[in-house]
Design a protein around this ligand. Sequence first.
Ligand code: ACO
Length: 422
Amino acid sequence: MSTAKLILDGKEYELPVIEGTEGEKAIDIRQLRSTTGAITLDSGFANTGACTSAITYIDGERGILRYRGYPIEQLAEQATFPEVAYLLIHGELPTMEQLAQFRRELTYHSMLHEDLKKFFEGYHPTAHPMAILSAMVAAMSTYYPDEADDMVNMVRLLAKVKTIAAYAYKKSIGQPFMYPRNDLSYCANFLYMMFAVPAEDYEPDPLMVSTLNTLLILHADHEQNCSTSTVRIVGSSMADLYQSVSAGICALSGPLHGGANQRVLEMLQQIHDDGGNLQKYIDLAKDKNSGFRLMGFGHRVYKNYDPRALILRKKADELLGKLGINDPLLELAKKLEERALSDEYFVERNLYPNVDFYSGILYRAMGIPVNMFTVMFAIGRLPGWLAHWKELREDPGFRIYRPRQVYTGPAERQFVPIERRG
Ligand code: ACO
């Protein structure tokens, strides 16, 4: 085993170095405080490995993403979302029989308890569907509080999250909720609950189903990102699965994370409505005082093209071509990408389009409203959250997440009674 040397206050310490499957090195500092009295400082955790994990591998420099060893390109092209969910949660691809059983379970758990349905009546008509989703998932904990079987809870969540999402949308447009149909696949069922109305026949378009399948697979996991770390943090206190996932949904909703897909579309629309002056917005993004960033650009881990964005860029061309849609925002997005990638500011900082840059164009072509984009991301990310929650809880050495800090406030001082404070 290799080691690293640390010299602190003239004293030398030897620290073990751990190596991952792909040769990634990590200096093991678990005994650092007890042996040296010091801690490490890493705001944003950019250099901190919070755990070891066998779920997802990313090489941000080379644009590689693999789930359980399988390249994302192969999964996006050849697998189904339930198959990928199974892979992430169980660690291996399912056999035909295992997949059939998993699909059956996902189907039979898709209805919501009728009383849970009543919760939707209380939300404000303009409530953001992400807020509704996190509240509903937390509320599920009140319905299944004593369920000890984690697998049942996971299947239940996977099955019901799409129903909750579709109901949140129906609520926002004042239409009746559509019950899930047992003859439809996972993705088709979601589209049915979103777009069907009682007065008309509706059959999900296979092209839309397959596009949704790809999008959900691309979102399914991304190792220790903000929302997944949140799920792990909350889960580490022994909070239940629903509470942990609900917290993850809240984390995902922020514009620097999953909320970016909504912001990308809004930004493209704004540039379009403003006459399509790309340079103006590139300059704004470069100006730190403007508070404006190119949404869908940049990534903490990818310092090369995000492989998911590459797949989606191609998919967007294909889908819009097949549908005969000429979306000015897709054209604008491509030009913006081209312009940014040849701009020194973006080149120097390795800022490339991320998964959110093209996903919104696809969702828009599918008729999904902008405020549902992040909810789509949440449905996709759920298997990843579940896999990480399970991995954490099955780790015999897991401890509650409890970072340290470097205190920079006032040193000890004496309390002054109010009448003497002036
Ligand atoms: N537009 C303009 N400048 C940017 C952008 C951007 N989108 N992203 C990063 N930069 C600049 C920063 O200002 C910084 O410049 P500096 O070195 O001169 O100070 C440099 O690039 C590094 O950026 P950081 O913010 O330090 O990078 P970090 O890893 O902390 O943030 C993040 C990554 C949050 C994704 C960031 O790139 C960003 O805000 N992007 C836009 C939002 C977005 O698309 N989020 C989705 C991420 S993917 C996902 O969650 C699914």
